[in-house]
Design a protein around this ligand. Structure first.
Ligand code: IDP
Ligand code: MG
Length: 150
């Protein structure tokens, strides 16, 4: 099933000038970028986005990290995009993430793990709605789709 996922390069990825390399991984896989926005996330949005973790000890540090500098918010589309992107991203702790994944290749610490990706269709819908207006998401055909999909 074709799905959309919400993906966000966190402030460490932006500061470390990794945006181009990371974006390339999604493009090279055959996924389609349908929205991108470099944005300074405010405290309210960070707390809403990570609401499920509000009671965790790492929550204040997480909010501080996510609001420390701009992040690159994206919507990425493709067949089984949500699971596929979680695989490309790797485990939450970069030291446990497989090499070849984004976190496994670029990260050292759970508290600086480079990137976020939606974990389910319900999260994707909620997160896309939090970060993007409908008219910011592009609906377009990529011309080489017949080389990516049978
Ligand atoms: P996920 O991003 O792989 O879905 P979650 O468990 O949902 O992982 O946690 C959300 C984010 O909270 C993580 O990506 C990471 O930035 C942060 N986080 C999770 N656990 C810790 C921790 O133990 N210390 C610091 N930050 C954490
Ligand atoms: Mg999560």
């Amino acid at each position: 099933m074709i799905q959309k996922s919400f993906v966000m390069m966190k402030p460490d990825a932006v500061q470390r000038r990794l945006m181009g390399k990371i974006l390339s991984r999604f493009e090279e896989k055959g996924l389609q970028i349908v929205a991108v926005k470099l944005m300074q996330i405010d405290e309210e949005l960070a707390k809403t986005h990570y609401g499920e973790h509000a009671e965790k000890p790492f929550f204040p540090g997480l909010v501080e990290y996510i609001t420390s500098s701009p992040a690159l918010a994206m919507v990425i589309e493709g067949e089984e995009a949500i699971t596929t992107i979680r695989k490309l991203v790797g485990a939450t702790n970069p030291l446990e993430a497989d090499l070849g994944t984004i976190r496994g290749d670029y990260g050292m610490d759970t508290g600086r793990n480079i990137i976020h990706a939606s974990d389910s269709p319900a999260s994707a819908e909620r997160e896309i709605g939090l970060f993007f207006d409908e008219d910011e998401i592009c609906d377009y055909q990529i011309v080489d789709n017949n080389l990516i999909y049978e």
